[in-house]
Design a protein around this ligand. Structure first.
Ligand code: FMN
Length: 357
């Protein structure tokens, strides 16, 4: 299989075309300053991936409200003081010829109250974890916080945002079957998805027609119903709300837990699509795997861990159909040589010990 498809630019409904079909996955690296401003290390790490060939370069999850801050060193987009660093990062990514996006996030029940200095909130009360369900007014303020964050990201010069609806954070907590709110933001599938749809609409209304809006969803776990997530994906792929949907699958070739025999990638790639583009993430570590994901129906491929280990991952994958990707485990010195700063080296080595020697 060749790499021509990977190199084909991707037109989206809004904003600049991506020069190729490879997107850097959003990756928390804990390199931001305590006030959520960017550090030089974080800018260096990300700009190196843009220079390394990704058509689209995405930041780590960035909190839109300090109550949603989920770890020390998280990037923030809740304050104008963060604008100069964000602008420097956006400029660096653009100068490298890549399109840029900030992943906007709220941790909800799994935020870190020590890092945030705020009590934990979620869709519903979880007394045993000290978590309080948001009031209806507070839900509306969360919607506004996401829209404010997106507007700030555009002012900084980024080409777009991705709404983090995956991995068990606040928006997943709303989508989950455990969300039995009775104020229209819970209960049935429509109610549980409402906050996500309202945020996407609010972001669109607060940003320009050139701004790209994407959303990331999980397909399984976190008390989600896979058939519901498939239905929501199908809706988002046809209702023109977003420029792209990124399905975070962890292994695109894995089979559905609720429907053995059905591959996750095939499930989402077979959905009817309007102008909204479909990306998939998870274990796409070689040119062959990337090309196959596109051949099997994805519009773009999203790459995480391999791009930590090799800043030039995208350029190599785009150039060589035989590129097999970096070999793990890698050493800490290897990571340092790939523009991974000390805080990220430690976080990666701690969280993924089998990948770091
Ligand atoms: C160090 C690290 C940090 C991550 N941080 C985020 C994050 O901030 N937001 C998010 O949506 N996913 C995050 N992820 C998940 C990745 O975006 C990606 O979905 C996952 O690593 C699977 O892709 P891969 O097999 O190419 O690594 C993170 C993954 C890693 C390894």
């Amino acid at each position: 299989m060749g790499v021509t498809e990977l190199r084909t630019p991707l037109e989206l409904a809004h904003g600049p075309a991506w020069p190729n079909r490879l997107s850097l996955a959003p990756m928390t690296n804990k390199q931001s300053n305590p006030d959520g401003t960017l550090s030089d290390d974080e800018i260096t790490w990300l700009v190196a991936r843009a220079e390394g060939g990704f058509g689209m370069t995405m930041t780590a999850a960035a909190y839109v409200d300090v109550a949603g801050k989920a770890w020390e060193g998280q990037l923030g987009v809740d304050d104008d003081a963060q604008l100069p660093g964000l602008a420097r990062m956006a400029d660096g990514i653009r100068a490298a010829g890549s399109v840029s996006s900030v992943q906007i996030h709220h941790g909800g029940a799994v935020a870190d109250p020590v890092a945030s200095g705020r009590p934990l909130v979620s869709a519903v009360d979880i007394p045993e974890q000290g978590v309080r369900g948001l009031t209806t007014d507070e839900v509306k303020r969360v919607v506004e916080a996401f829209a404010d964050g997106a507007a700030r990201v555009e002012r900084a010069g980024f080409d777009g945002v991705e709404l983090h609806g995956a991995h068990g954070y606040l928006l997943t907590q709303f989508l989950a079957l455990t969300n039995d709110r009775s104020d229209g933001y819970g209960g049935d599938a429509e109610g549980r998805a409402r906050i996500v749809l309202e945020i996407l609409d609010a972001v669109r209304s607060r940003t320009s027609s050139q701004f790209q809006v994407g959303v990331r969803l999980s397909a399984e776990r976190f008390n989600l119903s896979t058939p519901e997530m498939v239905a929501l994906a199908g809706r988002l792929l046809t209702d023109d709300r977003v420029d792209y949907l990124d399905m975070s699958l962890w292994d695109v070739r894995k089979h559905r837990e609720d429907a053995p025999g059905q591959e996750l990638l095939a499930t989402f790639a077979s959905l009817p699509r309007g102008r909204t583009r479909l990306g998939v993430t998870g274990k796409l570590g070689s040119s062959a795997e990337l090309s196959a994901a596109l051949a099997d129906g994805a519009d773009f491929a999203v790459v995480g861990r391999p791009a930590i280990a090799d800043a030039q991952f995208a350029a190599k994958a785009l150039a060589d159909p035989g590129y097999a990707g970096p070999e793990f485990p890698v050493t800490k010195d290897h990571l340092r040589a790939q523009c991974v700063g000390e805080a990220f080296v430690e976080y990666f080595a701690t969280g993924w010990p089998h990948l770091v020697a």
